[in-house]
Design a protein around this ligand. Structure first.
Ligand code: NAP
Ligand code: HSE
Length: 444
């Protein structure tokens, strides 16, 4: 046995799997820097990282760059050696120059592992097509939910499970900000610390106006339903313009504000609709339990019940761990599945969705908040009315705008001036119904 093969086997045995492949790192800020740190810590060296792209090599950073004189640090995207089947980890953010790097990598049959949700939401299908043609691979676990393994959960779920809905808190920054406001801190203080902790995007307006969460729910729809992310119609409202008023209102109503995203499978016409909006949730709801920059996703299926996953939704180390997970998959793939743990490469099922140009129903036209409840028809003896919800409804100024009786179930949409949309989701929601008294109040 040659010494190189022997060394590789020793490494494999030490790590419990095949060794990570050499890689090129585009971006060494919060996420890229944390990945560099984890590689150094795990291997005692950063030799695996063959080249690193940054804007300003002189900038002081928590994880120092390798010696700039060693030739591994570059500042122009064109200098980054991404062709020839390389593994490229991208943690730059934004569309340019990330898109060019992705195209070059994938066209050359390489693997592009990214934390960049806006890139994948906008250009994912093009990149996946490039990868399919060249034998390359696109992976983006880190792009949704930071360290929360939700892409993996959906990717590994057989179609036969039949995903019926995906809901989630998918933006760590806005959850952190809302939590801080609930705890009495001011908006500017909270925003400053979200940035200092590395949670916020380079342009934090993407976090607070819901664009970041909208990109992520599009990616989840792609993985779960095969709908190209650019074709998912998202109705979006963030926690702006007045998050402090939102929190005060929720507090007065006995609840907590959460920025929730959700997407349903494509309808009969092939249209996939998603929403991102601030919701008032009861204090004892699982959504209220998601604290700080954590995220949570709930996948309702027809055949596997409800699957939930939660974890750190932002932050350098947590996100870098997701990049490492994708790198681990790549190692297994390169080793031909040795170790018996190899999973199929990311199987994006692309279906053709209609009318890509009219796909971005962004923004929410309604001035008023929506309150939406689902339950069994009021008056049924089995209905359980939760006192907390009653209180919330009693104090809200509500108006019934839609009742949809569908196969014995009541879906009630209410508008209220005072409360954000109440999203009583899941098991809890199914057990709830409007008390007749409240329904009458609503109908006035
Ligand atoms: P960041 O701290 O701003 O780091 C960006 C890095 O990219 C920096 O090293 C920067 O160089 C480099 N860079 C940016 N534009 C460049 C250009 N044109 N040429 C060369 N280098 C360039 O951002 P981040 O927070 O790590 O986020 C990176 C990506 O991860 C984004 O897509 C973000 O959405 C995603 N993400 C972030 C988190 C999080 O918690 N932060 C979590 C999940 C996903 P300099 O260092 O010289 O400035
Ligand atoms: N800014 C993003 C967030 C980073 O706060 O969720 C993780 O994608």
């Amino acid at each position: 046995m040659s010494s190189a093969v022997e060394a590789a086997r020793t490494e494999e045995a030490r790590q419990g799997g095949p060794p990570l492949p050499p890689l090129v790192l585009a971006g060494c800020g919060t996420v890229g820097g944390a990945l560099l740190g984890l590689i150094r810590e795990g291997r005692g060296s950063d030799d695996l990282v063959r080249s690193i792209l940054v804007r300003d090599p002189a900038r002081e950073r928590p994880e120092p760059l390798p010696d700039p004189d060693g030739g591994r640090v570059v500042t122009r995207p064109s200098e980054l050696p991404v062709e020839g089947g390389r593994v490229v980890v991208e943690a730059l953010g934004g569309i340019r120059p990330a898109l060019g790097l992705a195209r070059r990598t994938l066209a050359g049959g390489g693997t592009f592992i990214t934390a960049n949700k806006s890139l994948v939401a906008e250009h994912g299908t093009e990149l996946e097509a490039l990868a399919a043609k060249s034998g390359g691979r696109l992976a983006f676990e880190a792009a949704v939910g930071g360290g929360m393994p939700v892409v993996r959960l959906l990717r590994d779920l057989p179609d036969a499970a039949r995903v019926r809905r995906i809901e989630g808190i998918l933006n760590g920054t806005s959850n952190y900000l809302l939590d801080e406001l609930h705890a009495g801190r001011s908006w500017s203080e909270a925003l400053q610390s979200a940035r200092a902790l590395g949670y916020a995007e380079a342009d934090p307006s993407r976090d607070v106006d819901g664009r970041d969460a909208a990109d992520k729910i599009r990616l989840l729809a792609w993985v779960a339903f095969g709908v190209p992310p650019a074709h998912v119609r998202v109705t979006r409202r963030g926690i702006l313009p007045d998050p402090e008023a939102l929190v005060a209102e929720a507090r007065a109503l006995g609840g907590v504000v959460r920025l929730l995203a959700r997407v349903d499978p494509p309808d009969g016409a092939g249209i996939c609709r998603a929403r991102v909006e601030p919701c008032l949730v009861p204090r004892d709801s699982p959504w209220a339990d998601v604290r700080g920059a954590d995220n949570r996703a709930r996948v309702s299926t027809a055949r596997a019940g409800t699957l939930s996953v939660s974890g750190p939704g932002a932050g350098g180390q947590a996100t870098a761990l997701s990049l490492l997970t994708d790198l681990g998959d790549e190692a297994l793939r390169r080793a031909g599945g040795s170790g018996g743990l190899a999973r199929p490469v990311f199987p994006v099922r692309t279906i053709v969705a209609p009318d890509p140009d009219s796909s971005r129903a962004e923004g929410h036209p309604a001035e008023r908040w929506h309150l939406s409840l689902e339950g069994k028809i009021p008056g049924h003896p089995e209905i359980e009315v939760r006192p907390r919800l009653e209180r919330i409804l009693a104090r809200a100024d509500i108006r019934l705008v839609d009742v949809d009786r569908d196969s014995g179930r009541l879906r009630t949409v209410l508008e209220t001036r005072h409360a954000p949309r109440v999203d009583l989701v899941g098991e809890r929601l199914r057990a709830l119904a409007l008390e007749p008294r409240l329904l009458r109040l609503a109908e006035r």
